[in-house]
Design a protein around this ligand. Structure first.
Ligand SMILES: C[S@@+](CC[C@H](N)C(=O)[O-])C[C@H]1O[C@@H](n2cnc3c(N)ncnc32)[C@H](O)[C@@H]1O
Length: 221
């Protein structure tokens, strides 16, 4: 994304909401946000989903992670202008540091919306649904927790179904045309709205940890 001049000063001004490296929050997010259910969206982009979901489910905690600082500043501005900061935070950094910020079992739901597809084989390991990331998610997710993933990209979706299965997740729901039904309970992301206007199908899955064996979880400790 093209850099915007106002982005850095804006993030700096709102550093209590948009944080670079909140290591001191690890293990305390629910207490700090005053919630019993914690959602984390990874690759929040400009924050449409995060802000809409926080407005729809105001009692639950919502944390976005976005590494692009300009996109994060736009997401931050939406939260400030919409007065949506009560139970919401933004982490402006790369999700590869997830384990620095979240403790074992701390998150109830992880949302992956229209993650970058990284189509070339040698870049697959950067995918947010690749095995490396899934093993981190296994650690930070509550054992009744789940991951919801939406994408327009068929290859990424098909590969991700395998990544989830190979990592021991159980696939609770799979849809290859999710928006055929309206689903008012789930906000439409910025990218999703573009693909919907092009009449492209939206792929979506929900994966949970019910069947993950202990050895897999222990591996990451
Ligand atoms: C294709 S955009 C989708 C944005 C939004 N989720 C949507 O659906 O409209 C993907 C976003 O994920 C962010 N992203 C990709 N890899 C990331 C990572 N490892 N950590 C944090 N953000 C990441 C990118 O910077 C980009 O803003």
């Amino acid at each position: 994304m093209r850099k915007k001049k106002w982005a850095e000063p804006y993030l700096c001004e709102h550093s209590d909401y948009a944080m670079d490296n909140p290591v001191s929050y690890k293990g305390s997010w629910k207490k700090i946000l005053g919630c019993s259910v914690l959602h984390v969206e990874i690759g929040t982009g400009k924050g449409d989903y995060l802000n809409q979901m926080a407005a729809m489910y105001p009692e639950e905690g919502w944390i976005g992670i976005e590494k692009d600082r300009t996109a994060a500043a736009i997401a931050c501005r939406k939260a400030v202008e919409g007065l949506q900061m009560h139970k919401q935070k933004l982490i402006v950094n790369d999700a590869e540091h997830l384990l620095d910020w979240f403790d074992e079992n701390e998150i109830d739901m992880i949302h992956l919306n229209f993650s970058d597809p990284w189509p070339k084989k040698y870049t697959h390991k950067r995918r947010l649904s690749s095995e490396k990331f899934l093993s981190m998610y296994q650690y930070v997710l509550n054992k009744n927790g789940c991951i919801r993933m939406k994408t327009d990209n068929q290859d990424l979706f098909e590969d991700s179904v395998l990544y989830f299965q190979q990592s021991g997740f159980m696939l609770d729901e799979i849809s290859v045309n999710y928006r055929r039904s309206p689903h008012p309970e789930d906000a439409i992301t910025e990218y999703e709205s573009r693909f919907m206007s092009l009449q492209q199908p939206i792929y979506r899955l929900q994966a949970s940890l019910h069947n993950v064996c202990d050895s897999k979880i222990n591996m990451i400790k």
